[in-house]
Write a protein that binds this ligand. Structure first.
Ligand code: PRP
Length: 208
């Protein structure tokens, strides 16, 4: 049985296409040189290319049986949603961190936190018992403390170069991130064999 697989466009897509190819799932035309959003693939599967934050939405609603996206996106969407996280692909490794201007002290008092990850940020500071106002942004988060919009940020840190270039430093780690495969709950039952086959193929080509 074939599967519809939602892929996170951008960096994750670039990294996961070679992995999928090694697992025997290859788009029938070049994704990178096309503006199309749906691609037929070998094995009768279908790939749909969506924004990262939309991957869980497509999987939750069953439009995609399977999705591949970052753990950061899954945490922000909510892990209690109607999909299962089935596999860590071991790519796209980075950290979700709190960062602040280098040397700045924010030990007490309410904090202004800028982030794309509003739910994760809220939950994190609530867990610490720290009063925080979350300021939602959709990109260039590092700008917020520099311009006085926020005290700290919650963002993805990979090499740390972006923080450094903007006079910021990592403070606390919220979560270790990598690319994960999620499966729609119903599809897990109704397309069990196809889902298991995909997971086994991907397992064989990842280090896990
Ligand atoms: C991410 C993140 C940081 C940067 C961190 O942004 O938001 O800005 O990468 O990487 P580094 O530690 O290696 O410098 P991305 O490039 O994914 O773009 P975005 O701002 O659209 O999320």
């Amino acid at each position: 049985m074939s599967l519809t697989i939602a892929l996170n466009r951008g960096r994750i897509l670039k990294e996961c296409l070679p992995l999928l190819a090694r697992a025997g799932i290859e788009p029938l035309e070049d994704i990178h040189s096309s503006r199309k959003l749906i691609f037929e693939a070998s094995g009768g599967h279908r790939l749909i290319i969506v924004r990262g934050s939309d991957v869980p939405t497509y999987v939750e609603h069953g439009v995609a049986h399977v999705g591949i996206t970052g753990k950061d996106t899954i945490l922000e969407y909510g892990e209690g949603a109607s999909f299962y996280e089935r596999l860590d692909l071991g790519i796209g490794k980075c950290q979700l961190m709190v960062a602040a201007p280098t040397g700045a002290q924010y030990e007490t008092g309410p904090l202004r936190v800028a982030s794309k990850f509003v739910n994760v940020s809220r939950t994190y500071f609530e867990g610490l018992g720290r009063q925080a106002t979350i300021i939602p942004l959709s990109g260039a988060i590092e700008l917020a403390p520099l311009t006085g919009l926020a005290d700290v940020i919650v963002d993805i840190v990979d090499t740390g170069n972006t923080l450094k270039a903007n006079g910021l430093e990592a403070r606390e780690m919220i979560a270790s991130i990598s690319t994960r495969l999620i499966v729609n709950r119903a599809a897990q039952k109704t397309r069990f064999d196809a889902v298991q086959d995909l997971i086994q193929r991907l397992r064989n080509v990842t280090s896990r």
